[in-house]
Each structure stands twice: as structure tokens, then as C-alpha cells.
Design a protein around this ligand. Structure first.
Ligand code: CP
Length: 318
């Protein structure tokens, strides 16, 4: 593994999942792997789980983690090549990233999309510029279009929760939200579940909320949420803004909120969400506080996902 930006950086998903589960059973089994190494965690946007779980994962491997909230504390970065920097940006990534490459052995970056320009966001300019100029392995802590550490966590959680000798039915359902949110988690979950190939995967959302087939190809897609939920073993709840009319909110129909009544059609499904979640908008209190919800268990697995990825990057000569 050279960088960790998407599922395409992983040669064997199940091997990575098993490694994560081995760390869960024995967190300090590789306590010296990261000795004398440093990871820089750059946040251009807020985070709780990603930040803390990656710090803990690094500590478990004996590695120092330094957090830098670039969005709040750093110089405003310019990412466009050949930009005339007469506006608000103060430092070009071309100048900043090589310095970070000298300070750190691995760089983690969180950089959300603008939701203003689909082409720019989907080019992944920000994270690609860091890869181009830092000269060290880069880990996505959620980029403009993907959230691979979350998706690896999700597959770890499904693997350890589902013990039957058949393929689980996994449903990704759109949920209402008050703000326009990125498509990252839904794109990434779809990409990983399809690449994993060990679940019957259904995506349900209102009309005009289609995701890019580059991520969803292989899934069954329906606008009928009730139909989608029938017999589901896992229901992954997530909002995303529109893709074709980029970054817009068309529908906030509360009827799409997952409730206990809707879960009656499932096969006693476990309910997942990447968090943070808007209670009684995306998911009802009843579901979140009930026995079906595994969101806390899911979030706790973020540590083991991060630890398995960092160990892969540390295992190659840095
Ligand atoms: N799920 C997730 O990435 O959480 P944070 O935004 O808190 O890191």
C-alpha cells in the first residue's frame, strides 16, 4: 500500500479486515512498529471520530501523531497550479506539502468538497496535490468524494456482526437532512461493498439522488424504500445532496427517516450510520436508542481500521 485514498489502494479487503480484528483482540501486538515515526493529521474540516481514532491507532503502534487544524489555525492554502495568489490564499500547497513531507513519515488529510463545482470536487484536487508534493504516504481522513477509513470500518463491523453462512443483505438508504451534505460516505460505502463482493447490496433514495455509477455499479437501486428494506440484515442510513444538480437539496421528506416501524420489514436488521447523526431527522430516537442500532460499536471500530491501514503503510520502507 502506497497511499490510502480509496478501495483501489487495497489488494485484499478481507486480509485488511482480519488484520483490524487481530488488532481489536490485541491492540498492542505491534507496539513498536511505528517507533521513531510521526504521522501528521491535517484537518481542513471538523472531526471527532476520525481524529481521535487515528491518534489512538498511531499510539497503539508506538507512533507519534501530531494534529494540525489547518482550517482554523493554519495559513489559507492555495491548490490551483499557476494561481496568481492575489486573493485570500497565503501559501501554495506546492510550498507547504514538501515541508510536511520532511516533518512527518505519513500524512493524513481531511478535506471536504465545496459542493459548488462537481468537476473540481470529483478531481480530488486537494488530496492529489498533497500526494504530488508531500513525497510521503498520504491517508485520506475523508476527501471530497470518499471516506475510505469509514468504509473499511463498516466492512469490519458487518464481518464481525454477521455470523450466518449466507450473504447478508445490506441496504444503503438515503435519509433527510437540514444541510447539503457531501456524497463521500455513500460513494465510499458503495465502492467498498461492491469491491468486497460478499453482500447483496441495495441502494434506495428519492428520485434525482442517483450517485455516480462509478461507485454504485453492481448494486440494485430503487426509489422504493419499503421494498428495499424487506429482508435486510443491515441498514446503513446516510444523507447526501444531489449529484446531477450538484450539491442541491431537492427532497427533505420526513417519510424517508428510518423508524422502528420500517425496521419491521427487515430481517431484524442492524442499523448503521457513520455519525454524527441528526436525531429525529435522519434516524428516530427509538431506532438509535434501541437494540437494532450498532452505531457505537461501528464507531469504536474506527480505531482498528486506522491501525490496520497505518500498519500496512509502516510495513513498507518509508
Ligand atoms: N464518521 C466520521 O468521520 O466522524 P467524524 O466526522 O467525527 O470524524
Amino acid at each position: 500500500m502506497k497511499n490510502f485514498i480509496s478501495v483501489k489502494d487495497v489488494t485484499d479487503i478481507n486480509a485488511l479486515v482480519n488484520k483490524a480484528l487481530a488488532y481489536k483482540a490485541d491492540p498492542f501486538r505491534d507496539r513498536t512498529l511505528g517507533a521513531n515515526k510521526r504521522i501528521g493529521l491535517l484537518f481542513l474540516n471538523p472531526s471527532m471520530r476520525t481524529r481521535l481514532s487515528t491518534q489512538i491507532a498511531a499510539a497503539n503502534l508506538g507512533m507519534e501523531a501530531v494534529v494540525f487544524n489547518v482550517g482554523q489555525e493554519g495559513w489559507a492554502l492555495e491548490f490551483e497550479d499557476e494561481a496568481i495568489m492575489s486573493g485570500s490564499t497565503v501559501e501554495h500547497v506546492k510550498d507547504a506539502a514538501p515541508i510536511l513531507g520532511k516533518y512527518f513519515d505519513i500524512l493524513g488529510i481531511r478535506t471536504f468538497p465545496s459542493l459548488q463545482n462537481k468537476q473540481d470536487d470529483y478531481s480530488e484536487l486537494y488530496i492529489q496535490q498533497f500526494i504530488k508534493y508531500a513525497g510521503i504516504p498520504v491517508v485520506s481522513l475523508e476527501s471530497a468524494t470518499l471516506h475510505p477509513l469509514q468504509s473499511l470500518t463498516d466492512i469490519i463491523t458487518i464481518t464481525e456482526t454477521f455470523k450466518e453462512k449466507r450473504r447478508p443483505k445490506v441496504v444503503l438508504t438515503w435519509a433527510p437532512h437540514v444541510k447539503a451534505l457531501p456524497q463521500c460516505v455513500a460513494n465510499s460505502f458503495s465502492q467498498w461493498i461492491n469491491a468486497w463482493g460478499q453482500a447483496d447490496f441495495v441502494i434506495t433514495h428519492p428520485e434525482d439522488y442517483e450517485l455516480d455509477p462509478a461507485f454504485t455499479k453492481g448494486a440494485s437501486i430503487t426509489h422504493d424504500q419499503d421494498y428495499a428494506l424487506k429482508g435486510a440484515d443491515f441498514v446503513y442510513v446516510k444523507n447526501w445532496s444531489t449529484y446531477n444538480d450538484y450539491g442541491r437539496i431537492y427532497c427533505n421528506d420526513p417519510a424517508w427517516m428510518l423508524t422502528s416501524d420500517k425496521l419491521n420489514a427487515t430481517n431484524h436488521a442492524k442499523v448503521m450510520h457513520c455519525l454524527p447523526v441528526r436525531r429525529n431527522v435522519e434516524l428516530s430516537d427509538e431506532v438509535l436508542d434501541g437494540f437494532s442500532s450498532i452505531v457505537t460499536h461501528q464507531a469504536s471500530n474506527r480505531v482498528w481500521a486506522a491501525q490496520s491501514v497505518l500498519s500496512e503503510l509502516l510495513a513498507r520502507p518509508l
